[in-house]
Ligand binder design. Structure first.
Ligand code: ATR
Length: 278
């Protein structure tokens, strides 16, 4: 580090469990960029100072996490179209004092789905949960051309409100309790229920074929939902790839000189994954 070192970081509350500092600094090292990435735990009563702080200290970019992804919006000078539609920002770029907001969760999810090679035309698409994460994922699914969607949530009104803003040929909102596992489903769990290792948002109680499940939780690495799914013949994965890909997308926004990190560094994903899981 020297007088030319640029500062990047993460804001949220709490942030001490975040993998982003390790991950972003690893990327900075790989590409030999003179910058550092730190985690800032911001108390709610200090949050209003974020714009001035970022501009005064010339912080070049920030990731935004819970609980500020929505409340950051009024502090920004510009917001990209996806982030506007979702109503949540997880990445800020500071260009000469102009603060621009993006949502890279969408691209992170799209990239993960592409890697899984799921044929969306051959699956019934089911989303569990209707919070902020669900919104980004439903937006991604709409962008990918999904025509029918089923959204299961504890509170049906939240599910209805979420789907109001999206265009699908058929959209059903249902209670989590009424979920039944079937063949040929693509299930994406966005609820926070699996954070507790003994809990699962839905019961999986019969064997099925050609069903794929993504639980966006990655800590615990295998939620009860993933374990139950695997026990019943379902291909099930956690949300670590989405986390890594959204982080790489943020990195690309900030470090445009490296327009496609995968092109320059073939093993990028595996390298980061190994580092995080070790
Ligand atoms: P995030 O922004 O991370 O998606 P969130 O906005 O708090 O988090 O959303 C959490 C989701 O998990 C919601 O769908 C919530 O359901 P409600 O809309 O009914 O609140 C769901 N959720 C959280 N805890 C739950 C629980 N114990 N049982 C059922 N659903 C739960």
């Amino acid at each position: 580090m020297n007088s030319q070192t640029n500062l990047f970081g993460l804001i949220g509350h709490p942030v001490h469990h975040s993998l982003s500092p390790e991950f972003q600094n690893k990327l900075l090292n790989l590409f030999d960029i003179n910058a550092a990435y730190l985690a800032f735990d911001i108390e709610k009563d200090q949050f209003e100072n974020i714009k001035t702080t970022m501009k005064t200290l010339n912080i070049k970019g920030l990731n935004v996490t819970v609980p500020y992804k929505e409340s950051i919006i009024p502090f920004l000078d510009k917001i990209d179209d996806s982030a506007k539609r979702i109503g949540a920002v997880n990445t800020i770029e500071n260009i000469n004092g102009q603060l621009i907001g993006y949502n890279t969760d969408v691209l992170g999810f799209v990239k993960m789905l592409k890697e899984l090679d799921v044929d969306l035309d051959r699956h019934k698409v089911v989303v569990l949960g209707a919070g902020g994460a669900a919104k980004a994922i439903v937006f991604a699914l709409e962008k990918l051309g999904v025509v029918d969607i089923m959204l299961y949530n504890r509170t049906i009104e939240n599910a209805d409100r979420l789907l109001e803003n999206f265009n699908f040929d058929t959209k059903q909102t249902l209670s989590l309790q009424d979920f039944q596992i079937e063949n040929d489903m693509l299930i994406i769990n966005t609820t926070s229920i699996g954070l507790n290792e003994s809990e699962s948002p839905v019961a999986i109680n019969k064997n099925v074929i050609n069903t794929v499940l993504i639980d966006i939780i990655y800590n615990p690495f295998e939620t009860k939902l993933i374990k139950d799914a695997k026990d019943h013949g379902i291909y099930a994965v956690n949300g670590l790839p989405m986390l890594i890909y959204q982080g790489i997308e943020s990195f690309v926004i900030w470090h445009k000189e490296i327009s496609n990190p995968f092109y320059y560094y073939d093993n990028l994903y595996d390298d980061i994954l190994r580092k995080l899981v070790d």
